[in-house]
Ligand binder design. Structure first.
Ligand code: UD1
Ligand code: MG
Length: 429
């Protein structure tokens, strides 16, 4: 841990997102943007504070799912709006303070550590971009950062500057204590800009140094387009790590894998697959266009075109196309085609025929289905839960199972077949 305090600014309205969800809760690879900044910050410091205002309770509740030792500070946005206003009245435990915008989900602690290696009153960072729009421009003269001009306040010449402010700053506590109260809101946004601290400090002869960083790590996410672009970078990161660990991914650009997914051992993930939530895949083959959510897949083959919904544990099993499984435990099972298996446990050696449906819902409640070992379920079978099918059972094709089936039995329900010779010719003359 470093001897620094970290403040993450997350109070803004995020108007450019055009969403009822606060900007910092917009998701990237399955998790709210703010989650990533907090996670990286916590790798560096035990003193992490998050400044909130807009829908503060909702943001706290969401972050509470992942972190329990974060200090939240409520910004007085009515009187002091803006990133400078966000820092008013904060007390820091350490002499140096790292300030992060909460809309930088790609930031990594290894990048943040670079700020700590420089000695200055203020260490900031800039990105050089061909299209600098949306960011504050960094005015540099004689190798010194003079000031940062926000896009709304920039003149034409300043708008052409390609060095932009990345939105991370390491400042001495005394700099913040001194300059934050001196900020004014005389600008086109009528906000107190944190970035003006740099101008004021430089004017007073304080040392300001800026390090060059890349947009791949420091991209600010303000709009849905930014969100999509950051998502692409995050996805590439997630899949690169998996491939480095030996996972085979066919056409990686077409595959979507969320941040908390674990893929272990020898796995093959085909094109178009989505792995969501806290999914865990081990030694398995996930075939094209399959979706797996919050489930464990071990030593199995799933898909193509299968959907594994939350709370499944699937082991040593083959699931084929157009099969949906939910809240079920399957071990040593074959379900090759067109089935719905919900709220069920199915044991070794059981074969689920095409068109098998567990009827788990009566319109009011969900019920469990338990199927034993070596059961052969013929095609087009409905299993009306709650029901227990014991080991070594045959269910004939087309059967509706409405009561428990004992070990070793055959269950069959069929209306007798009517057979009329030459009916076709008579009917159609
Ligand atoms: C800011 C910088 C800009 C920089 C860019 C990098 C300022 C004035 N501008 O612009 O120079 O290039 O980030 O991404 O700082 N926030 C608060 N309280 C507020 C307003 C904002 O906590 O009153 C938070 C937001 O929730 C957000 C962060 O501060 O997480 C940055 O605010 P945002 O509105 O995104 O600033 P930018 O316009 O992107
Ligand atoms: Mg921003």
């Amino acid at each position: 841990m470093k001897n620094i305090s970290i403040v993450i600014l997350a109070a803004g309205f995020g108007t450019r997102m055009k969403s009822s969800l606060p900007k910092v809760l917009q998701k990237i690879s399955g998790l709210p943007m703010l989650y990533y900044s907090i996670k990286e910050a916590k790798k560096l410091s035990n003193d992490v504070k998050v400044v909130l205002f807009h829908k503060a309770e909702l943001v706290k509740e969401e972050m509470g799912k992942y972190f329990d030792d974060i200090e939240y500070i409520l910004q007085d946005v009515e009187r002091y709006p803006g990133t400078g206003g966000a820092l008013r009245g904060i007390e820091y435990n350490h002499d140096k303070v790292l300030i992060l915008n909460g809309d930088m989900p790609l930031v990594q602690s290894s990048e943040l550590e670079k700020f700590l290696s420089l000695e200055a009153d203020i260490v900031m960072s800039h990105i050089t971009l061909n299209d600098p729009s949306g960011y504050g421009r960094v005015v540099i003269a004689e190798d010194e950062v003079k000031k940062i001009v926000e896009e709304k306040d920039a003149n034409e010449a300043e708008k052409g500057i390609k060095e932009v402010n990345a939105g991370v700053y390491l400042m001495k506590k005394e700099i913040l204590d001194h300059y934050i109260p001196l900020l004014s809101n005389e600008n086109n946004s009528k906000e107190y800009y944190l970035t003006d601290v740099i101008f004021l400090a430089n004017d007073d002869g304080k040392s300001v140094r800026s390090i060059e960083v890349s947009e791949d790590n420091f991209k600010g996410v303000n709009s849905k387009k930014d969100l999509a672009e950051a998502e692409e970078i995050m996805q590439e990161r997630i899949k690169d790590t998996l491939m480095k660990n030996g996972v085979t991914i066919r056409l990686p650009k077409s595959v979507y894998i969320e941040s908390l997914v674990e893929v272990e051992g020898e796995c093959y993930i085909e094109n178009g697959v989505s792995l969501l939530g806290k999914t865990k895949i081990k030694n398995s083959h996930i075939k094209s266009n399959t979706i797996v959510e919050d489930s464990a897949i071990i030593e199995s083959q799933i898909g193509p075109l299968a959907r594994i919904r939350p709370k499944c544990h699937i082991e040593d099993t083959h699931i084929g196309n157009f099969t949906e499984v939910k809240n079920s435990t399957l071990k040593g099972v074959k379900a090759g085609h067109l089935s719905y298996l919900g709220d069920s446990t199915i044991d070794e050696g059981t074969n689920v025929g095409a068109g098998t449906i567990t009827c788990n819902y009566d319109g009011k409640k969900k019920y469990q289905t338990k199927i034993g070992k070596n059961v052969f379920i013929g095609s087009d079978t409905q299993i009306v839960a709650p029901v227990i099918i014991e080991d070594d059972v045959i269910i004939a094709a087309g059967t509706t199972v409405t009561k428990d089936v004992k070990k070793g039995s055959l269950a069959i329900s069929r209306s007798p077949l009517k057979y009329v010779e030459n009916f076709f010719y008579k009917f159609f003359n």
